[in-house]
Design a protein around this ligand. Structure first.
Ligand code: WTA
Length: 654
């Protein structure tokens, strides 16, 4: 569709236009003084910044030292004791905010629930008591495998209240994946639901949980929320309905005093090997980190904002920026259960309009999917309440940025492109919307106090204007404390390449003004005839062509050039695949980046294989490009896509 690639967007991208915060935004911004960067750069200023932020939390016992760093192990708010659920709930209710809405929840079929802070505290206490009755105590690991329903944050907060670390496993994972995660952490309880709704169908979560539990030995109890009413198998000795378990429980439960460095949760993430890594996050530093970044980066005004992060709570974005950061800040949030384009393409816009959302936080993948539908699809929805937009999870190409800014933000909302990882726990590279002049496609600068650099293979800093590997040089409060049960892997994955510095695995370049441009994972960077080319850069070039809706690029080994660029392309409606169009696109990329970046092959495809979190499965695409075995595809959104792409690969070579 060409209609949504309006002249206005062309104009936005022309002449490298930058976007300064408006006077009105600056006047009301939580942070508007750029000197914060200089102040937080010194050790003294850094300590003062985080001391103040730490003091913003409620402590049962005060900490004595701010932090301790024996690379690669950090401790924060040393000696302090606190409880995360108290900081997210009790203290707000005690401050008279009990009637404030914590979450507006909407199920995919359309039912709604409005949950106040008082309601949330009540239910968390009831579940806390119920879990304690089942024998759960501080230190026990609890697996949570649930759809996007209010009981999911309730379960996380009840675990936090007990001091039992949770391991939330995204509901899109298979039984096998769940089993691996239960087993690795030796979870004793699984909290799940009979099912959840996704695109009009129900996802049988209890069935998968049963299979997973059957393959593991540690689980004693399974707590089941009734969501869909679908029939489920039942083991009387092990299974408990959530509603029956909590119904007679008191609405008061003592919070466990947790050491600042006690484990809050595990979250598994994929590494370069088949075995997922159980990323460990602890209590005080994590909470301070997510609360601070949430308040400053989203310019949160808890009295008036309605904040909607469209991620799934099963990923770190949901942990940090749907549950812990927002609740610590007494935010009113939106949780929506289902697909953003179901049953209508503009379901997301209807939800945003209904709750008068002021802040939207989503992923470039979603933005590009909406772009494909075109702005006409939500022309009738009133998005005038929006005042700030966020992006996370992958590099955002300038065209998607500009479209987001113009079509969703109406040209009045700053876009904060936030770079971070499961491991960092909190946002690390990001604009501050009342300070930063934005450049479409750049995550701009490290958060105040974050010390980042871009280095070459040997670890030398690359001067501005050049690219290399991103590294982080100073500990930060929400940083991972390790990989569960595998300190060696922790040290070798993140700390061995550049000893003493954290290596996130991302490529990055800085422009002459010091703006950071994240280039994607370094294993996605291609080397063609000795030229390093980011897959993202080629994708960005492709989607800037009027015919291209989405593109994924991988490097394919080539006897002459080392690697050759292999492109999977989804066309916008109205365009037909042809050799001529393929040649045009190759020429277009050559025009945009340089002749050395001319793709070797374009493969037109109706869809791309994505993980359930929406990330393009590059490994799989590389394998298809190399004509190798496909390997494990259990986290694939739609395995039909794989076959379709596989059947097509090999054709289209010119
Ligand atoms: C990528 C998601 C560019 C990056 C919060 C990182 C990004 C990985 C951005 C972490 C961004 C995340 N710009 N790339 N704004 N945000 N990434 O652990 O490659 O699911 O290493 O955490 O996503 O993914 P994860």
């Amino acid at each position: 569709m060409t209609s949504d690639r309006t002249d206005a967007i062309e104009n936005l991208l022309r002449e490298d236009r930058t976007f300064e915060p408006s006077e009105e935004f600056v006047a009301n911004a939580n942070l508007s003084d750029a000197s914060i960067y200089e102040r937080a750069a010194t050790e003294e200023g850094f300590r003062a910044f985080w001391t103040e932020e730490g003091n913003g939390l409620d402590w049962i016992e005060p900490w004595t030292d701010l932090y301790e760093w024996t690379a690669p192990y950090a401790k924060w708010f040393i000696g302090g004791k606190l409880n995360v659920s108290v900081n997210c709930l009790d203290r707000h209710v005690a401050a008279g905010l009990g009637e404030r809405v914590a979450y507006f929840w909407e199920g995919e079929p359309g039912e709604t629930r409005t949950i106040t802070y008082a309601d949330l505290l009540d239910e968390v206490c009831q579940l806390t008591n119920a879990l304690r009755d089942l024998g759960v105590k501080k230190g026990d690991r609890i697996a949570i495998y649930m759809p996007m329903i209010p009981e999911l944050p309730v379960a996380m907060l009840a675990c936090a209240r007990i001091g039992a670390p949770h391991s939330v496993v995204f509901g899109g994972f298979s039984a096998d994946a769940l089993a691996d995660r239960i087993d690795d952490a030796q979870c004793t309880v699984v909290i799940t639901a009979d099912g959840g709704y996704r695109k009009g169908a129900t996802v049988p979560l209890k069935k998968a949980a049963d299979e997973a539990i059957g393959r593991t030995a540690s689980v004693q109890h399974c707590v089941v929320v009734q969501r869909t009413g679908d029939e489920v198998a039942w083991d009387d000795a092990r299974d408990h309905w959530y509603h029956e378990l909590i119904k007679d429980q008191p609405r008061i439960a003592d919070p466990e005093p947790m050491d600042s460095e006690d484990l809050l949760y595990l979250l598994y993430t994929s590494g370069t090997t088949a075995k997922p890594k159980g990323i460990m996050h602890t209590t005080g530093g994590y909470l301070a980190g997510v609360a601070t970044t949430h308040r400053t980066i989203f310019d949160l005004k808890p009295e008036t904002d309605v904040y909607w992060c469209m991620a799934d709570i099963g990923w770190v974005t949901g942990h940090s920026y749907i549950v812990y950061g927002p609740l610590a800040n007494a935010t009113t949030g939106v949780i929506y259960e289902g697909a953003i384009d179901f049953p209508e393409k503009d379901r997301w816009a209807k939800v945003a309009a209904k709750y008068r959302a002021t802040i939207l936080y989503t992923a470039p993948t979603a933005i590009r999917a909406l772009m494909k539908y075109g702005a006409d699809a939500f022309a009738d929805d009133d998005l005038s309440s929006l005042r700030l937009l966020g992006s996370v999870g992958e590099p955002i190409n300038p065209e998607a940025w500009a479209w987001y800014w113009k079509e969703i933000g109406g040209g009045r909302c700053p876009v904060v492109d936030t770079w971070w990882q499961t491991e960092t726990g909190m946002i690390m590279i990001t604009p501050l919307p009342g300070i930063t002049t934005l450049k479409p496609g750049s995550a701009t600068f490290p958060f105040p106090g974050v010390v980042a650099d871009v280095v070459d293979e040997a670890g030398f800093s690359v001067p501005l204007g050049g690219g290399g590997y991103l590294v982080l040089e100073r500990p930060w409060p929400a940083m991972l404390r390790g990989i569960y049960g595998d300190p060696e892997r922790y040290e070798s994955t993140y700390w061995s390449r550049y000893p003493g510095r954290y290596f996130p695995g991302d490529g990055c370049k800085r422009d002459d003004e010091g703006y950071y441009w994240l280039l994607g994972r370094v294993d996605d960077v291609m080397n063609v005839s000795g030229h390093r080319i980011s897959t993202t850069e080629v994708e960005s070039a492709l989607v800037s062509h009027p015919s291209v809706a989405e593109a994924a690029v991988v490097g394919r080994s080539d006897p002459i050039t080392g690697q050759a660029i292999f492109c999977y392309v989804i066309l916008r409606s109205g365009f037909d695949a042809s050799d001529a169009l393929g040649a045009e696109l190759r020429g277009h990329v050559a025009d945009m980046i340089g002749k050395f970046a001319r793709p070797k092959q374009i493969l037109f495809t109706p869809d791309l294989p994505k993980t359930r979190s929406g990330k393009i499965m590059r490994r799989l695409l590389r394998d298809i490009a190399e004509q190798r075995d496909l390997g494990d595809v259990t986290t694939l959104a739609d395995s039909g896509v794989v076959n379709a792409i596989r059947d097509q690969s090999g054709s289209g070579e010119d």
